[in-house]
Design a protein around this ligand. Structure first.
Ligand SMILES: Nc1ncnc2c1ncn2[C@@H]1O[C@H](COP(=O)(O)OP(=O)(O)OP(=O)(O)O)[C@@H](O)[C@H]1O
Ligand SMILES: [Mg+2]
Length: 233
């Protein structure tokens, strides 16, 4: 995939202050960031450094207190709730606890997100199978989540997140709930999706080793990005 990179996320002096009663908590103190299409960015930082706050903003789940945040070129501060919901359809979310529907098979889980987006039945079956093949689960499509390993469940969640061709994948501690070997496999899949399929990825983790597998790592500390490191191959 060699399409010309375009910015998918642009943050300019983004601040986020939560009010805890009357006490302001400065969770983000002026973040500047550009993520281009085709990038694979990991966000690393200690507990409380603002990673989830940052992710919520990039996912259009919340708005900055000040500064400018463009998601796919759209200034999220100027959007109402409905417009934010539209914007979120362009983003593929993957969480720590897979969030799969227990009574649906792998295929059913991937199809469901397309049903919500009103893709017709034939098309969504075809694409769900393609996606499950892409994440290496061709022979597990009829398994329910409880019949899959942790790593396999996370692969289903990744296939589901890709179903509606999002502008980027946003992952919050995607390997926080699986053992380290399986985590390595999921990371390998993400790298493949990035390199071979051109999927743009933003991943929060507090695992240094996994973070270094991404093209670049943003190091957060106390509400700021204190370093931006391009990782060696
Ligand atoms: N809703 C909230 N109200 C008040 N303060 C909050 C709220 N959410 C987060 N904070 C504070 O903002 C700071 C950043 O929190 P955040 O959840 O972004 O950290 P994090 O880097 O994701 O940490 P962790 O690795 O533990 O998940 C913390 O000091 C936290 O206590
Ligand atoms: Mg967090």
């Amino acid at each position: 995939m060699s399409a010309k990179p375009v910015p998918v996320v642009e943050a300019i002096d983004v601040k986020k202050t939560y009010m805890l009663g009357k006490v302001p908590v400065e969770a983000l103190r002026g973040v500047n960031l550009t993520v281009q299409s085709g990038d694979f960015v990991s966000i690393l930082g200690p507990s409380g450094s603002g990673k989830s706050t940052m992710l919520n903003l990039i996912g259009a789940l919340d708005k900055p207190s000040s500064g400018t945040l463009l998601i796919d070129g759209v200034d999220i501060s100027k959007q109402n709730d409905n417009q934010l919901a539209e914007l979120r359809k362009k983003i593929g979310f993957v969480f720590q606890f897979f969030n799969l529907i227990p009574r649906l098979t792998a295929l059913g889980n991937v199809e469901l997100s397309m049903a919500i987006a009103e893709v017709n039945r034939t098309e969504r079956r075809k694409r769900a199978i393609e996606l499950l093949e892409m994440v290496g689960l061709k022979d597990r499509i009829n398994h329910k989540p409880a019949e899959l390993s942790g790593g396999q469940q996370q692969r289903v969640a990744i296939a589901r997140a890709l179903a509606n061709r999002p502008k980027f994948l946003l992952l919050d501690e995607p390997t926080g709930n699986i053992d380290s070997r399986t985590a390595g496999e999921v990371m390998g899949l993400l790298k493949d999706l990035n390199v071979k399929n051109g999927v743009s990825i933003i991943m929060v983790t507090h695992d240094q080793h996994l973070a270094r597998e991404a093209q670049q790592t943003l190091q957060m500390f106390d509400g700021e990005i204190v370093a931006q490191v391009v990782n060696q191959e």
